[in-house]
Design a protein around this ligand. Sequence first.
Ligand SMILES: C[C@@H](O)C(=O)SC[C@H](NC(=O)CC[C@H](N)C(=O)O)C(=O)NCC(=O)O
Ligand code: NI
Length: 137
Amino acid sequence: MRFLHTMLRVGNLERSIDFYTKVLGMKLLRTSDNPEYKYKLAFLGYGSNPEHAELELTYNYGTDSYDMGTAYGHIAISAEDIYATCDAVRAAGGNITREPGPVKGGSTVIAFVTDPDGYKIEFIQRKDDGVPGGLNN
Ligand SMILES: C[C@@H](O)C(=O)SC[C@H](NC(=O)CC[C@H](N)C(=O)O)C(=O)NCC(=O)O
Ligand code: NI
């Protein structure tokens, strides 16, 4: 078995596609529209299944926001140079909500950015990430 995707419900699909492509450097892999059940899907990632897990964004017609609740934590993305990545995210208009630094009680260097709906995304410094520097390499 493989981990295929994580699905997030979003209030504006185009806004979210812009964020995940222009700010986080993902590729828009495919979209679909389901007028019968009144929803659209967009799949994004740094590659496609099965090599890469994907992000599935769901837009329900007419629903422009969701109660985020307290259960959701984050999705995590690796970064070979987390400082350059955060600079690139800021330069692209992203909101870094937690500056890069060691995780509490540990040595792993992490940072957080928030997406347009308020979902938190964690960057984790990983030298073996294979994506040097910023985002669009
Ligand atoms: C394509 C595959 O990856 C899916 O996740 S389709 C799952 C399906 N999604 C929907 O019906 C989208 C609209 C729905 N109103 C919603 O917001 O989920 C589904 O079964 N969704 C139910 C769920 O709990 O995910
Ligand atoms: Ni799904």
